[in-house]
Design a protein around this ligand. Structure first.
Ligand SMILES: Nc1ncnc2c1ncn2[C@@H]1O[C@H](COP(=O)(O)OP(=O)(O)OP(=O)(O)O)[C@@H](O)[C@H]1O
Ligand SMILES: [Mg+2]
Length: 365
C-alpha cells in the first residue's frame, strides 16, 4: 500500500550513502507494523506536525504516521538495458516503484572516482535516461508488434491503440522521456500495462558537498538549466550531511545541527515533500481514542476511494463520511463540541477529500 520511491543513478554518486542515512532514520518508526522488507528497502515515516496537534487533542493509545519506502537500486551503468552490469534485474526493480529519485553527483572530490572521468551532471543524467528510454522502447515495440496484427485486421480499437503506441515510440526514439510526451487518456491507457520506466515521475537529487548545501554550485546550476523544461523537481541534498543527521537521535540536537548548516529541515524531509508533490498526494486523518492515524491518498479522490485505503469493505459498503476540519478541532477541542457548533459536515459519495480532513466513515457490509 505504501508509497515506493526508487533511488537510481550512476555508480559512486552517493546513492548508498543517502539510502543508508534514510534507513537508519527508520528507528523513529519502531512501533509501525511493518511487513517483511528486503535489505535494499528502507522505510521512513512521513513527518506531519498535524499528527502531534491531534495527539494532544485526542490522547490516543497510539499515533501512526504514513510511511514511504525507499529502494536502493544499484547497478545502473551505460549498457544496463543490454544486460550490462546487473542491468535487467535492476531495471525490473525500477518498474515496481511509484516515483524515481535520480541521484546526480554534484560534488567534486578527486579522491572519489567518477565512472566517466569528470563531474558532469548533465552527461550523467543523460546516460541514465538513455538506458531507461532504450528499455521503454523495447516494451513499446513489443506491444506494437502484437497490436499491429489486430489493427491490420480492421479492429478500430486496436488502430487507436497502435496510433498511441507509435506516438510514444517516436518520442522515445527522439531521446525523450515518456513523461514529457503530450498525452490523452487513450494514450495513457495504451501503455498502462507496460509500466514504462521513463513515464514515472522523477525527482533529481543533486548531491552536493557540505559547503554547497546552501549556496549551491556550478554543477547544480548546470543541472537545473538542463531540466528546466521537464517540470521536474530538483532537490539539493548532501548525502554526507544526511548520514550525519541520521546518527543524531535526539530531536533537539538534530535541530541544532541543522541550524548550524543554516538548514530548516533535513534532505530526507525535502525528498519526502517532493515525492508527495510530484505524485499529487495528500493526507487525511482518522482520530479516535485507540488510534490517531494519517492516510495517504491522491488529490481529487472521492470519499469512498479514500475510505478504501483503510479497508476495501469501507469502500464497498460506503454510506457517508463525517468530516471535521483540523482548525475546528483546534478551536472546539472535542467531537461533541464540534457537533454542537454544527462544524461536523456529513458528506456523501461525491465528496472530494481535502488535505488535512479528519474523516469518520460510516459503512455497511
Ligand atoms: N555529498 C557528498 N559529498 C562528499 N562525498 C560524498 C557525498 N555523497 C557521497 N559521497 C562519497 O562518495 C562515495 C560514493 O558514495 P556511495 O557509495 O554512496 O555511491 P553509490 O552511488 O551507492 O555507488 P554504487 O553505485 O557503486 O553503489 C563515498 O565515498 C561517499 O562517502
Ligand atoms: Mg551503492
Amino acid at each position: 500500500m505504501g508509497l515506493r520511491c526508487g533511488i537510481v543513478g550512476l555508480p559512486n554518486v552517493g546513492k548508498s550513502t543517502l539510502f543508508n542515512a534514510i534507513s537508519s532514520a527508520k528507528a523513529e518508526s519502531a512501533n509501525y507494523p511493518f511487513c517483511t522488507i528486503e535489505p535494499n528497502v528502507g522505510v521512513v515515516t512521513v513527518p506531519d506536525d498535524r499528527l502531534q496537534i491531534l495527539e494532544e487533542l485526542v490522547h490516543p493509545e497510539r499515533v501512526l504516521p504514513t510511511i514511504i519506502e525507499f529502494v536502493d537500486i544499484a547497478g545502473l551503468v551505460k549498457g544496463a538495458s543490454k544486460g550490462e552490469g546487473l542491468g535487467n534485474k535492476f531495471l525490473a526493480n525500477i518498474r515496481e516503484v511509484d516515483a524515481i529519485i535520480h541521484v546526480i553527483r554534484c560534488f567534486d572530490d578527486p579522491n572519489i572516482v567518477h565512472v566517466a572521468g569528470g563531474v558532469d551532471p548533465v552527461f550523467d543524467k543523460d546516460v541514465i535516461d538513455t538506458e531507461l528510454q532504450i528499455k521503454d522502447l523495447e516494451s513499446v515495440d513489443k506491444k506494437i508488434q502484437k497490436v499491429e496484427r489486430t489493427a491490420k485486421a480492421g479492429d478500430a480499437k486496436a488502430k487507436k491503440e497502435l496510433a498511441s503506441l507509435q506516438k510514444f515510440k517516436a518520442h522515445l526514439e527522439d531521446g525523450k522521456n515518456a513523461r514529457s510526451l503530450d498525452v490523452t487518456e487513450e494514450d495513457l491507457e495504451a501503455v498502462e500495462d507496460l509500466k514504462l520506466l521513463t513515464i514515472k515521475p522523477v525527482i533529481y537529487a543533486a548531491n552536493v558537498d557540505e559547503a554547497s548545501i546552501n549556496s549551491g554550485n556550478q554543477f547544480v546550476d548546470a543541472l537545473k538549466e538542463h531540466v528546466k523544461d521537464e517540470n521536474a523537481e530538483v532537490v539539493v541534498i548532501s548525502a554526507a550531511i544526511e548520514s550525519q543527521i541520521a546518527e543524531i537521535e535526539d530531536e533537539e540536537e538534530k535541530q541544532m545541527f541543522l541550524e548550524e548548516y543554516g538548514l530548516k529541515e533535513s534532505g530526507l524531509n525535502k525528498l519526502i515533500r517532493a515525492s508527495y508533490s510530484i505524485l499529487n498526494l495528500i493526507t487525511y486523518f482518522t482520530a479516535g481514542v485507540k488510534e490517531v492515524r494519517a492516510w495517504t491518498i491522491q488529490k481529487g479522490w472521492k470519499a469512498p476511494a479514500a475510505a478504501g485505503v483503510i479497508h476495501s469493505d469501507f469502500e464497498k459498503g460506503f454510506i457517508r463520511a463525517e468530516v471535521i476540519k483540523l482548525k475546528d478541532y483546534q478551536e472546539f477541542k472535542s467531537e461533541a463540541k464540534i457537533k454542537e457548533a454544527g462544524k461536523m459536515a456529513v458528506e456523501g459519495k461525491e465528496y472530494v477529500v481535502q488535505d488535512g480532513d479528519i474523516m469518520h466513515f460510516r459503512f455497511n457490509v
